[in-house]
Design a protein around this ligand. Structure first.
Ligand SMILES: Nc1ncnc2c1ncn2[C@@H]1O[C@H](COP(=O)(O)OP(=O)(O)OP(=O)(O)O)[C@@H](O)[C@H]1O
Length: 371
C-alpha cells in the first residue's frame, strides 16, 4: 500500500493540512513538540482506527475543537485507489469509511493497510510487563489472520466470566459453570497458542538476521515464546489448579499469561542490555515484523513509520539502519527526527523518490522533493 495523500483537520495540534506524499521516503523534521509524531499517529489511525499512544478518541481531537477528520488516499499493489475517511466528533460514535462506505465493524478494516511502527515507546516491550509483549503478538497476527481477533474476544470473554465465578464466596462457584468457561477458554486458547507459536517460529530467523546486520554481528541475542500451552492440553492446565485459582480469585493459567523472552548472551535483555542494545533489539524486532507482514498480510507491503529512532544508537548502527531502510526491501517510509543529519543521510543514500517536510507548531511545509 502507498499513501499518496494525507489530509488532516484538527488532529491533536495539526489544525489543517493536506500533503502529497512520496511513494518511498517521507521525512518530517521539526523541534520537540512540533507535531511530527502526531502526523505519524494520524497515519496509524487510518490503519488501526485508533491512536498509537492514546486509546481515548476524544483526546486526539484538537483542544477546544468539536471534531477532527483524517483522510488518506492510497494506491494498492494493483494501483487501485482506496479512500479511507475517519471522522470523530465529541460524544458521538466515530465514522470510519472505506471508499465512502461506512464499516459495519471496525475490525473489518484491520489488515487492509498493514503498518509497522518503530517509536520511542517500544522500549516498553523490554522494560514493561508481559502484556506489552502479548500486545505486540496480537497486533501483528491480527493483521494477517482475520479469525484471530474473534478468538481473542472469545478467550477474554470466557476468562472474564471464569474470573467472576472465582470471586464468588459462600457458596463458592458452581463447578459445572466453571468447567463450561474453562472449556471455552481452552478451545479459543489452543488456537491462540498455535497461532502465536507459528508467529514466533516465523519471526525468529528474520529478527536474528536484522539484529546481526544492525549490530554488525557482534552480539548474541535470543527470542523465545513462553506459554502454558507448552505444558500439555490447555484444558488440563487451566483446570488442574482450580483450588489455587479460587484462593487468589483469578485464573493463574492460560494464554493470557503468555510472554516473549528476550535475551542477550543468554541473560535477560532487560537486565543485561544497554539502552542502545535495547533500542537495537526492538528495531530488529519491528523490521522482522515488517518482513513477516510483507509475506503474509494479503501480500501487501506495509507502511513503515520510524519515529525518532536514532537516539541512543552509535554511528555504526545508525549507518546500518539507514542502509537497510533506504534499500528496495522496504516500501513507503515515514521517518521523523529533530535534526537533519540522519534524515539527510537517509535521503542521500537513496537514489529513489523522497520528500522532506518541516513540521512547526502543527503546520507542515514541503522543504524538498526528489522524484
Ligand atoms: N488533543 C490535542 N490538541 C492540541 N494539541 C495537542 C493535542 N494532543 C497533543 N497535542 C500537542 O502535540 C504536541 C506534541 O506533538 P508531537 O508528539 O507530535 O511532537 P514531536 O514533534 O513528535 O516532538 P518530539 O520531537 O519531542 O518527539 C504537544 O505540544 C501537545 O501539546
Amino acid at each position: 500500500m502507498i499513501l499518496r495523500k494525507l489530509s488532516i483537520i484538527n488532529y491533536k495540534n495539526i489544525r489543517e493540512t493536506s500533503i502529497d506524499l512520496s511513494p518511498k521516503m517521507n521525512c518530517f523534521i521539526g523541534h520537540n513538540g512540533a507535531g511530527k509524531t502526531n502526523v505519524l499517529d494520524a497515519v496509524y489511525y487510518l490503519s488501526f482506527c485508533r491512536s498509537l499512544n492514546n486509546p481515548i478518541d476524544s483526546q486526539v481531537i484538537c483542544h477546544d475543537e468539536p471534531f477532527c477528520v483524517v483522510e488518506g488516499t492510497y494506491d494498492d499493489e494493483h494501483e487501485n485507489e482506496e479512500h479511507i475517511y475517519c471522522g470523530l466528533k465529541r460524544g458521538v460514535k466515530k465514522h470510519f469509511k472505506r471508499n465512502k462506505k461506512e464499516y459495519k465493524r471496525l475490525s473489518e478494516h484491520i489488515g487492509l493497510i498493514p503498518i509497522v511502527v518503530v517509536s520511542p515507546s517500544d522500549t516498553l516491550l523490554i522494560d514493561g510487563g508481559g502484556e506489552e509483549r502479548r500486545k505486540l503478538m496480537d497486533l501483528v497476527i491480527s493483521q494477517y489472520d482475520r479469525q484471530y481477533m474473534t478468538l481473542l474476544t472469545n478467550y477474554n470473554n470466557a476468562l472474564q466470566q471464569r474470573n467472576i465465578l472465582l470471586k464468588q464466596e459462600n457458596p463458592g462457584p458452581d463447578p459445572t459453570l466453571l468447567q463450561i468457561w474453562e472449556e471455552q477458554m481452552a478451545e479459543a486458547g489452543e488456537e491462540i497458542y498455535r497461532r502465536r507459536s507459528a508467529f514466533v517460529t516465523e519471526i525468529q530467523p528474520l529478527f536474528q538476521q536484522f539484529y546481526t546486520q544492525i549490530s554488525s554481528g557482534c552480539e548474541n541475542v535470543g527470542l523465545e515464546y513462553l506459554s502454558h500451552g507448552q505444558r500439555g492440553p490447555l484444558l488440563d492446565v487451566i483446570s488442574r489448579d482450580r483450588a489455587k485459582d479460587l484462593a487468589v480469585g483469578y485464573s493463574l493459567h492460560g494464554v493470557h499469561r503468555d510472554d516473549l523472552i528476550f535475551t542477550l548472551g543468554g541473560r535477560p535483555m532487560k537486565r543485561e542490555g544497554s539502552q542502545g542494545q535495547h533500542k537495537t533489539y526492538v528495531i530488529a524486532l519491528k523490521l522482522a515484523q515488517f518482513e513477516l507482514l510483507k509475506r503474509t498480510a494479503s501480500h501487501t507491503t506495509p507502511l513503515l513509520l520510524l519515529d525518532d529512532i536514532f537516539d541512543k544508537l552509535d554511528a555504526g548502527r545508525v549507518e546500518q539502519i539507514v542502509r537497510l531502510v533506504s534499500g528496495d526491501a522496504f516500501g513507503q517510509i515515514f521517518v521523523t527526527d529533530t535534526n537533519r543529519t540522519h534524515l539527510d543521510a537517509i535521503v542521500g543514500s537513496t537514489a529513489s523518490d523522497y520528500r522532506m517536510f518541516e513540521v512547526d507548531n502543527g503546520n507542515i511545509k514541503l522543504l524538498t522533493a526528489h522524484v
